[in-house]
Ligand binder design. Structure first.
Ligand code: SKM
Length: 283
């Protein structure tokens, strides 16, 4: 990955909208395909690059951002493990990014860097469109990391009565519950929490192809639960497979991946994006 400057009129990249994803181990990301397909459908020339610090992208986060900005990128998506660290590199944060304490979308404009969190909106949209009748009385959220924080705020904004947050790092779960507000609390007795929950949401990496397994004991899952996962590779995680076999309503991470990209595309380009068209790239 070269991050070549685009200002030069003779540069082959001139007129091409450039964007990228910074992260570690991101070779299987579907985000480049979604952005490039949407741009092509809108008649825009676009190149979305993977800036994988595990696969040859040199420099630290600060240097990568500076090179992308100097090369004329419209913006960058940011993923594990940089969603918190990137906040130090920005001039302004959206309200959601500030509340959540994590940024997954950086927009470069007129020498300033703006941080947004589109995972937050992506999860809500996925839940509202994918499981529109899901009861939101009590929801158990597994994982209080960067993704968990975005989901906790999204779920609490959907007016759940009780959000129960579980993480092996109890201090992280407690801090997130405090940040979310009075309807959230951290739990250590997962069995008791799940027994009174309507829904279970996985925001841990458990179930990813490179981290197979279940984020909770499968014996706790009952048919009356709805179960959502944010992992999208594979689309059917072990959690969703078990939940479906129990008769639960399930929601994969596909929709969240699509909707976070929809909002990021709109922030990068200023053009509305078509979620159904972007979802087609998963077929
Ligand atoms: O927040 C998103 C990010 O924008 C893109 C991504 C991916 O392509 O794997 C994952 C999430 O962290």
């Amino acid at each position: 990955m070269t991050l070549a400057p685009a200002e030069n009129g003779s540069d082959a990249m001139a007129g091409t909208l450039r964007m990228g994803l910074v992260g570690r181990g991101i070779a299987l990301s579907r985000t480049p395909a979604m952005h490039e397909a949407e741009a092509a459908a809108q008649g825009l020339s676009c190149r979305y690059e993977l800036l994988d610090t595990d696969a040859g992208t040199e420099g630290d986060l600060s240097e990568i951002l500076a090179r992308a900005e100097a090369a004329g990128f419209a913006g960058l998506n940011v993923t594990f493990p940089y969603k918190q660290a990137v906040m130090e590199e920005l001039h302004e944060l959206s309200d959601a990014a500030r509340r959540i304490g994590a940024v997954n979308t950086v927009v470069f404009r007129d020498g300033r860097r703006y941080g947004h969190n589109t995972d937050f909106w992506g999860f809500s949209q996925n839940l509202l469109t994918g499981l529109p009748d899901a009861p939101l009385g009590t929801v158990v959220l597994l994982g209080a990391g960067g993704a968990g924080a975005a989901l906790a705020h999204a779920i609490s904004d959907l007016k759940v009565e009780q959000l129960l947050i579980a993480d092996t790092r109890t201090d992280a779960a407690e801090a997130l519950a405090r940040a979310v507000g009075s309807q959230a609390r951290s739990v250590t007795d997962l069995a008791a929490a799940v027994a009174r929950a309507d829904g279970i949401v996985n925001a841990t990496p458990m179930g990813m192809a490179k981290l197979p397994g279940l984020p909770l004991d499968e014996a706790l899952i009952e048919a009356r639960h709805w179960v959502a996962d944010i992992v999208y590779f594979p689309l059917e995680t072990e959690l969703l497979r078990v939940a479906k076999a129990r008769g639960c309503r399930t929601l994969s991470g596909e929709g969240m991946a699509v909707f976070q990209a929809v909002r990021a595309f709109e922030l990068f380009t200023g053009h509305p994006a078509d979620a159904d068209r972007m979802r087609e790239t998963f077929r």
